[in-house]
Design a protein around this ligand. Structure first.
Ligand code: AMP
Ligand code: GLY
Length: 421
């Protein structure tokens, strides 16, 4: 039996923990830091995901056999490199490969060099040059901070004034700190968005079932951008033909490009795609599992997650079975009213035991025996069923059985997907 740490503490990590627990090879799972809502599935240890020294020390002292590093920041900071130096094999890319998410300038230049389809773009490290480019750039213009910005570093500007204001806030006012020292300004693309997560050992790449995120806070895709208010899988826009095109023009070229650059990518490579009238294009790469995509993708995985993870580490993915069920899955995020702006927390939650197995807890803490809300996104309530319509109905019926003060959630998760079917 192997003892494992899972670095991170959100709903995605809860989904990873629950899936790993199904493996007969897995012993104790420690979540660093985890959250109070995961305590039945993992031993939560109060070490922050960014405390790399603390993570390494814990792994050493507790004879950890394997580490799953889930969030972007520790991956970009080199958590995998540090753990490997101390002999702990990891799921996740080293820092030199995590840069595919950590720097948009890097990923855009990679795509250009290797002919991987993406929006046309220019990069800037000088504010005046960016502002001058915007005098004549096509509109809408998409302005992106180079580095990690909690998913908030992208501005779609309809007017030159808005585009320039975005440049000034990133480059002059340093809204995202160092992440905005370099920026990308790119062409606005249209079409349905698809998330495709994949397992890769740097040579072989196996896509997981496709999914669709719902990023805006309110029904009808209104309101502010969030980390994601719900997901469904599979994504009905992502046909077999499109999947084959993506494999040939995007997925394999990307891992070959990373290898050719001396940055072999291992772990979960996430492709944020847009199915444009000119074919599928890359909107963004993430160096990790998506949140809340993971909450619909992993419940459909039929193979042993721990075996697959180890295969990505040790380079044996080609010989490893990875199968997904052909069912559908849905996840509805229950958030705190006000998210993603300001919200109150600390309200007691009632999650009946008959729905608890289907709930991935994102933001909660324990107060004695009581579970309290402790974040913007609080719960991911999920279901799987033979088809999407049934999965959505079941997920929403579970949502209705859960209560806490200030709860809010979108009522239209999966609506567009159902219309597309
Ligand atoms: P990101 O934070 O990179 O995931 O971007 C946030 C969202 O902005 C994406 O999910 C897209 O909906 C949108 N977006 C990013 N780049 C573009 C683009 N070039 N054209 C149109 N929409 C975009
Ligand atoms: N749900 C989008 C992300 O994880 O980046």
């Amino acid at each position: 039996m192997k003892n494992i740490i899972v670095v991170g503490g959100g709903g995605r990590e809860h989904a990873v923990v629950k899936k790993l627990k199904q493996s007969p090879q897995v012993g104790v799972i420690y979540a660093l830091p985890g959250n109070g809502g995961m305590a039945e599935d993992a031993e939560c240890v109060n070490i922050a995901a960014m405390d790399i020294d603390g993570i390494v020390k814990f792994a050493y002292e507790n004879k950890i056999d394997y580490a799953v590093v889930t969030p972007d920041d520790p991956l970009v900071l080199g958590a995998v490199d540090a753990l490997e130096v101390h002999g702990v094999p990891c799921f996740g890319p080293r820092a030199n490969a995590a840069v595919i998410e950590g720097s948009k300038v890097f990923s855009k230049n990679l795509m250009k060099k290797y002919g991987i389809p993406t929006a046309r773009y220019e990069t800037f490290d000088d504010e005046a040059a960016a502002l001058s480019y915007l005098e004549t750039a096509p509109l809408p213009a998409v302005v992106k901070a180079d580095g990690l910005a909690l998913g908030k570093g992208v501005v779609i500007a309809e007017t030159r004034e808005d585009a320039k204001a975005a440049v000034v806030s990133m480059m002059r006012d340093k809204k995202f700190g160092k992440s905005g020292e370099h920026i990308v300004i790119e062409e606005f693309l249209t079409g349905p968005e698809v998330s495709v997560l994949s397992f890769t050992d740097g040579e072989t790449l196996i896509p997981m079932v496709s999914s669709m995120d719902h990023k805006r806070a309110l029904d009808g895709d209104k309101g502010l951008n969030t980390g994601g208010m719900g997901t469904i899988a599979p994504n009905p826009y992502y046909t077999k033909e499109i999947a084959a095109t993506c494999m040939e023009t995007i997925f394999l070229p990307t891992i070959r490009a990373m290898k050719a650059e001396g940055r072999p990518f291992k772990g979960c490579l996430y492709f944020g795609l847009m199915l444009t009238p000119d074919g599928p294009k890359v909107i963004e790469y993430n160096c990790r599992f998506g949140d809340p995509e993971t909450q619909v993708v992993l419940p459909l995985l039929e193979s042993d997650l721990f075996t697959i993870m180890q295969a990505t580490t040790f380079g044996t993915l080609a010989q490893t079975e990875v199968t997904f069920s052909d069912k559908a899955a849905a996840c509805v995020i229950m958030a705190s009213e006000g998210y993603p702006a300001s919200y109150e927390k600390g309200f007691p939650m009632d999650i009946p035991t008959e729905v608890a197995p289907w709930v991935y807890v994102a933001g909660a803490k324990k107060d004695g025996d009581v579970l309290l809300t402790n974040g913007g996104r609080v719960l991911g309530v999920t279901a799987t069923a033979d088809d999407l319509k049934s999965a959505l109905a079941l997920a929403y019926s579970r949502v209705e059985k859960i209560s806490f003060a200030n709860a809010f959630y979108r009522k239209d998760i999966g609506k567009r997907a159902l219309e597309a079917l």
